[in-house]
Design a protein. Structure first.
Length: 356
């Protein structure tokens, strides 16, 4: 449908996609590189850019394994794959069928949708999965489990891991923000953190500051970052993840509870309980622009949710005696007697037959 504008030009009305068919959505390494460069220009965090790349590489592997359309109709080194709604929908179903978590599937969909907007094809966007938010937190780390972890790290002589655990649990910073823990920051007693386009200040508790000062002296660190690998590189999530899994086994703590980001939840829970539910202050410390994001960190644990349900049902369950029915063994089961109807007065037809 077309319409004449006030300037005499023919304009396209809403819904007239048949007038200008969408361009072919080419996809490949070059497109991913251009998209990543745009993310860097938008000041996205390096970890975010790497995550988007990883998701799109997964899409490329899927398209290579499937019979997806290409520029010349065949798949070989010179051909360029083409994104279509059918391909992306199949990719979404593949992710669901692979057993990935709903949050993981939605994270990949977010990356794919950002790419489709970048190439000018928002019509290819996928709908995220609808996930009902849980009112409780699973795999919450307890204070007793944290103590076992740090005691095991100290007993093994891994002082760097020992200091990292206390730093994460006492400040709530992200693993990517460990680079901000420097000799100068420890001396000043506060961390200046710039991440995700935001600048915030995190205070170092006196007890943690004393611990880090002793660590600096023992490790003979004169300047710069405190937590580096043996090769002098920044400690990242993957390195720390492997160390934590080994530590969990040695400390006898369930491995599903011991991962880098869970110490951020551990700090948030302790802060929220000790400060009478100051969620606004916690949002500032964690660097959240919305308290709705912070609420995820202060959900009650699963055990606490179960306890509340037990309390709510205690009166109901105590009002009557509940006992399972006793099942009669088949070989001793008795057939109930047949109930024979006995009328108080014989029907009229019976009286007629008696007299005749």
């Amino acid at each position: 449908m077309e319409n004449e504008s006030r300037h005499g030009r023919t304009v396209r009305m809403r819904g007239d996609t048949h007038l200008h068919p969408p361009a072919i959505a080419l996809f490949g390494d070059r497109v991913i590189d251009r998209f990543a460069a745009e993310l860097v220009n938008s000041e996205k965090a390096p970890s975010t850019v790497a995550c988007y790349r990883r998701h799109l590489k997964k899409l490329m592997l899927y398209m290579a394994s499937e019979d997806t359309p290409c520029t010349d109709g065949k798949q070989h080194r010179q051909s360029v794959p083409i994104l279509t709604k059918e391909v992306l929908t199949g990719f979404k179903l593949f992710l669901i069928g692979s057993g990935a978590k709903e949050s993981t599937v939605n994270a990949v969909i977010t990356s794919v949708n950002s790419l489709t907007s970048f190439i000018g094809r928002p019509d290819l966007k996928l709908h995220p999965l609808k996930v009902q938010k849980k009112t409780y937190t699973e795999n919450a780390l307890t204070a007793e489990e944290f103590k076992r972890l740090v005691d095991t790290a100290a007993a093994s002589g891994n002082m760097r891991l020992y200091a990292v655990l206390f730093t994460l649990a006492c400040t709530g910073i992200r693993v990517s923000e460990l680079r901000c823990v420097t000799v100068g920051a420890v001396a000043s007693g506060e961390l200046g953190i710039f991440n995700k386009g935001q600048q915030r200040t995190v205070l170092i508790p006196p007890g943690l500051r004393d611990l880090l000062v002793r660590y600096i002296g023992a490790a003979k660190i004169r300047s710069g970052e405190l937590f580096l690998t043996r090769n002098g590189k920044e400690i990242d999530r993957s390195n720390l993840f492997r160390e934590l899994k080994k530590l969990a086994v040695a400390a006898g703590v369930p491995k599903e509870k011991v991962y880098p980001h869970n110490f951020r939840h551990f700090f948030a829970t302790n802060y929220y309980r000790q400060n009478r539910g100051d969620i606004a202050g916690l949002a500032g410390v964690l660097g959240h622009s919305s308290v709705n994001t912070t609420r995820i960190y202060v959900n009650e644990t699963r055990d606490e949710a179960v306890t509340k349900i037990i309390r709510a049902c205690a009166e109901t369950l105590g009002a009557t005696r509940i006992s399972p029915p006793q099942e009669t063994p088949r070989n001793t089961r008795k057939t109930p007697p047949i109930q024979i109807y006995k009328a108080k007065k014989p029907p009229r037809i019976h009286a007629y037959l008696q007299h005749n």
